[in-house]
Design a protein around this ligand. Structure first.
Ligand SMILES: Cc1cc2nc3c(=O)[nH]c(=O)nc-3n(C[C@H](O)[C@H](O)[C@H](O)COP(=O)(O)O)c2cc1C
Length: 369
């Protein structure tokens, strides 16, 4: 039987999987070695690419770690909206002297091949994003002793994950950097304010499911981790906080932008990938976000050449700069040190809470004692 997630590491700190190169073996190993829980991101990788990273991570640490998979997405019935977007992006391609990408990349992200590898050579934890696998998948992982996590953005998604057989849900608030892990992408929800903040969502999920919960979204300091643990989470998952560490494989322009005062805020956008994702507001997001179609991953492939060319040209205004709402609080320090600092802050917050409570304890004796 799988062990509880909290038994797999010393500290209640999870380093978020971050597809696109940020969370490779080096970052995950540093976090695991420091007593946190590290994740590899298999999204956008081939099954073999994922397996190579697993082997590299095993060579760097003997601590437990996780692998994150993207759930396959329904294929596009109609690509005309993407073709319109292609025309709208023509100026970008010309500016960066490249062609727009071919939209016929794999929509299933090598899901079955990745599952087969993870069943044949099990890892301690597998997490799923953009949907919930079938009960058969959970049963197969339980059989090989792998603990399973499903990322959720609503209480209903959490309930579906529990019913299907997930061991844990990762509750992702709307503050979170990168893609929202919504199970069914609904363009009608865009701009409606339907996405819940972490503390509001966490309370709902805690009252809906019985399985343990990981909390993610906007967490940058130990005191915030104390808050989500007090609100019923078993662990806190941080992405943006780890993006700026030297072990993160994020592009240096991306790392610099996170704390550059030029980038004042983040927004959810479909501009780069076709699915809502939170990034720093830059020129590309501002110009194309308003009309980008709901067409993931076609738009991801369409814009990939432009994003790469912008990075090569050293132009952060044409790149996807994923970031959570807390980005200005990012601290550039080694990942292991960041785990230590967060733990010291968490301990201080817990101590402060205990002291205040002691000082403010009401006189229940009515003054008779
Ligand atoms: C650059 C980047 C890439 C991400 N890629 C993934 C991913 O591949 N899989 C996933 O489940 N979540 C991914 N996320 C979301 C994180 O798991 C997590 O929900 C988020 O980072 C938490 O919010 P924070 O960034 O404010 O800490 C990504 C986030 C960032 C910033």
């Amino acid at each position: 039987m799988p062990t509880a997630l909290t038994d797999l590491c010393r500290h209640p700190i999870v380093q978020a999987p971050m597809a696109g190169g940020a969370s490779g073996p080096e970052l995950a190993a540093a976090v695991c070695q420091a007593g946190g829980f590290g994740f590899l991101a298999a999204g956008y990788k081939t099954a073999d690419g994922m397996y190579q990273e697993i082997k590299q991570l095993r060579a760097l640490t003997d601590r437990p770690f996780g692998v994150n998979l993207f759930m396959p997405q329904p294929s596009l019935a109609d690509t005309s909206a993407v073709e319109v977007y292609r025309e709208q992006l023509a100026g970008e391609a010309a500016w960066y002297e490249t062609e727009l990408g071919d939209i016929d990349g794999p929509s299933d992200d090598g899901y079955e091949a990745k599952l087969a590898i993870l069943r044949d050579d099990p890892v301690p934890v597998v997490s799923f994003t953009f949907g919930c696998p079938s009960r058969a998948v959970f049963d197969a992982f339980a059989k090989v002793g792998t603990y399973t996590v499903v990322t959720v953005t609503t209480a209903a998604e959490a309930q579906a994950a529990q019913w299907s057989g997930a061991d844990v849900v990762c509750v992702q608030g709307v503050e979170a950097g990168g893609h929202q892990s919504t199970h069914r992408d609904d363009p009608h929800a865009d701009g409606t304010g339907a996405g819940l903040g972490l503390l509001a969502l966490l309370a709902q999920v805690r009252e809906t499911v019985q399985i343990p919960v990981i909390a993610a979204g906007g967490l940058m300091r130990g005191a915030q981790i104390a808050a989500v643990l007090a609100a019923g989470a078993s662990m806190a998952q941080l992405g943006t906080a780890f993006l700026v560490t030297p072990e993160s494989g994020a592009n240096p322009l991306h790392k610099q932008a996170l704390t550059n005062p030029l980038f004042t805020h983040t927004e959810l956008t479909r501009a780069f990938s076709g699915r809502p994702a939170r990034g720093l507001v830059n020129r590309f997001l501002r110009e194309h976000g308003p009309y980008a179609p709901a067409a993931y991953p076609a738009v991801h492939y369409l814009t990939s050449t432009v994003r790469k060319a912008a990075a090569k040209a050293g132009d952060a205004q044409g790149m996807n700069l994923w970031a959570g709402q807390g980005h200005r609080l990012a601290r550039e320090m080694p990942a292991g040190r960041l785990v230590e600092v967060l733990m010291a802050e968490l301990d201080a917050a817990r101590a402060a809470l205990g002291q205040d409570r002691g000082a403010a304890e009401p006189d229940v004796t009515g003054g008779a004692a």
